[in-house]
Design a protein around this ligand. Structure first.
Ligand code: CP
Length: 304
């Protein structure tokens, strides 16, 4: 039995296999329609979500399985003081696999220590979001055709943005990757996230100026400033509109740039960009369903 609490729980070979499976699901959906019949996925979301929870649930339904769970802590016995460990022990009695989101960093690891079914981290605080990273990798593979030899710009809240942390950890394992880290000084990538860059001698630069690096980028990964992780509302208000991508700002970008965003978007990408063929963030949300289908199959050891 396997748990996925971090993207490093998967080898590069396994990530590539998941991407291949997701691509096969896109091409041959009927083949996968009944593979999880009589299997149940529990989605335990102690923190709000639209895409991750619903794409996990759509993924399980498309595999012929069933879904149970809750979408907020207040509708579970967590509101009465139940521990994560006891909740997980209980849900393991009812489900074959669990996807959980929790505001506390490390909660999915605690869950994995007591679980008798696979646990998938669907986002833990400002820490990790491995299935978003799988989504991002599938999106880049579908859009660019490869995951190596790319200049990847990550822009916005790189301190609290858990999707960025997991994506750096994953992409630095591919050859020829260069990162451009674009953020206000206060929202720079934490030092621990840069350890694999230093160990792997992966080139990266840091800047506060998006426009100065725009012409270099193959991928621009925009992120929201994470209001819920700030201790101080005044700081959030000061920093929230640090980067607002507009059509004018894209004039110096490559024609084959791809703009990703894990969503939800607040104000950091103008809606005027949505019709630009380089904007792929809603396709990205769709790819999230296919890669989660592939991950459920892998963890339940179901073969097509
Ligand atoms: N990308 C992402 O995690 O979105 P949700 O918070 O809507 O799940």
């Amino acid at each position: 039995m396997r748990h996925i609490t971090s993207i490093t729980d998967l080898s590069l070979t396994e990530i590539d296999q998941l991407i291949e499976t997701a691509q096969d699901i896109i091409e041959h959906p009927v083949k996968y329609r009944d593979l999880c019949r009589y299997k149940k996925l529990a989605t335990l979301f102690f923190e709000p979500s639209t895409r991750t929870r619903l794409s996990f649930e759509a993924a399980m339904y498309e595999l012929g399985g069933q879904v149970l769970g809750f979408s907020e802590a207040n509708s579970s016995s967590a509101a009465k003081g139940e521990s994560v460990a006891d909740t997980i022990r209980t849900v393991c009695c009812y489900a074959d696999i669990i996807a959980m989101r929790h505001p506390k960093e490390g909660a999915p690891t605690v869950a994995s220590q007591v679980a008798s079914v696979p646990i998938i981290n669907a986002g833990d605080g400002g820490h990790n979001h491995p299935t978003q990273t799988l989504t991002d990798l599938l999106t880049i593979k579908m859009e660019k055709g490869h995951l190596d030899n790319l200049t990847v710009g990550l822009c916005g809240d790189l301190k609290f943005g858990r999707t960025v942390h997991s994506l750096i950890t994953a992409m630095c394992r591919y050859p020829g990757i260069r990162f451009v880290l674009i953020s206000p000084e206060e929202l720079k990538v934490p030092s621990y996230v840069k350890i694999p860059l230093k160990e792997g001698q992966v080139p990266y630069s840091q800047t506060t100026d998006l426009m100065s690096v725009m012409p270099e980028l193959d991928i621009l990964y925009m992120t929201r400033v994470q209001r819920e992780r700030f201790f101080n509302e005044a700081d959030y208000i000061r920093l929230k509109d640090s980067y607002i991508l507009t059509p004018e700002k894209l004039q110096s970008a490559k024609d084959d740039l791809r703009i990703l965003h894990p969503l939800p978007r607040v104000n950091e990408i103008s809606t005027a960009i949505d019709a630009d063929p380089r904007a792929v963030y809603f396709k990205q949300a769709l790819y999230g369903k296919y890669i989660r289908m592939a991950l459920i199959l892998m963890l339940l050891e179901v073969k097509a």
